[in-house]
Design a protein around this ligand. Structure first.
Ligand code: F6R
Length: 266
């Protein structure tokens, strides 16, 4: 794992956007795993701007989102399909048929989860998966005690997650209590992971995930098992990390980060 600390939320989002853009340019048919939430909004705005101003081409990309609420149709403004259309898909040249989310309206949720796993496998697996972290330590909606080998499934949300996400609903009481989510095992099979974390409220949980023991109590700690994982944090989110100086040294000195040390045009 590599941890990269950037001064601000904007710097962290820019670095994540540049890494994704580099991967798309190197491999136009990239299979990209996506996340939703507040953290990703700036990153998606940057990717949309790169498409508009620099011609970043998503026409051959395929995308798979981590999760979707059970019981929300795509037209619901708090569904993750709606979020993705609003924040990214309608601003770039991706073919909508190549954008995938689990169907939270499916009558047979277990069958839908198997179907989703099969479509991912049928596309050759996910090349690059973007992750955020919740205060409950989840990645996707893998709440505490999610098996480290879990697959896409129907998951009950914790009170912490409900309190955090219900504020995004016009009527917070209508937030679904369940979601379909890729499993920790599904995520660990992705070829590369990027975890983007910003804001001081995430500092305690980020420290547990990155420097604490691997435990199903903090699903995000499973990223320690992945051979190619980059964590990008802003200073506020990095506050509780013990090895900050080491992580800073890596970004300032390792040749692989040289091109990213220079300012991007945006
Ligand atoms: C959503 C997802 C979640 C979020 C996490 C952080 O698709 O995968 O794990 O990344 O809950 O959400 P924000 O960014 O709103 O704090």
């Amino acid at each position: 794992m590599q941890v990269i600390i950037r001064p601000t939320q904007d710097d962290a989002s820019r670095l994540a956007a540049r890494l994704i853009a580099k991967a798309v340019r190197a491999s136009p048919g990239l299979v990209l795993g996506l996340a939703t939430g507040r953290t990703m909004e700036r990153l998606y705005a940057l990717l949309a701007a790169m498409h508009r101003d620099e011609g970043l081409d998503f026409s051959l990309c395929r995308t798979f989102n981590l999760d979707e609420y059970v019981g929300l149709p795509p037209s619901h403004e708090s569904s993750y399909r709606y979020y993705m259309d609003e924040h990214l898909f309608r601003h770039i040249n991706i073919d909508p048929r190549n954008t995938h989310l689990p169907d939270g309206m499916a009558t047979d949720l277990a069958a839908e989860c198997w179907r989703y796993e099969e479509v991912i496998a049928g596309n050759g697996g996910i090349d690059l998966q973007l992750l955020g972290i919740g205060r409950a330590g989840h990645i996707g909606f893998n709440e505490p005690l999610s098996a480290l080998r879990s697959r896409t499934r129907d998951k009950s949300l914790t009170p912490v997650t409900i309190a955090e996400n219900s504020t995004l609903f016009k009527d917070p009481s209508t937030m679904p209590r369940r979601a379909l989510t890729m499993g920790v095992g599904t995520i660990l099979e992705c070829k590369r992971l990027i975890l983007l974390v910003t804001g001081g409220s995430k500092a305690p949980v980020l420290a547990k995930a990155v420097e604490g023991p691997v435990t199903s109590m903090i699903s995000a700690s499973a990223i320690q098992l992945h051979p190619s994982c980059t964590v990008i944090a802003d200073e506020d989110a990095a506050e509780d990390l013990q090895e900050k100086d080491y992580y800073r040294w890596i970004f300032e000195n390792e040749p692989e980060w040289e091109e990213f040390r220079r300012e991007s045009p945006r």
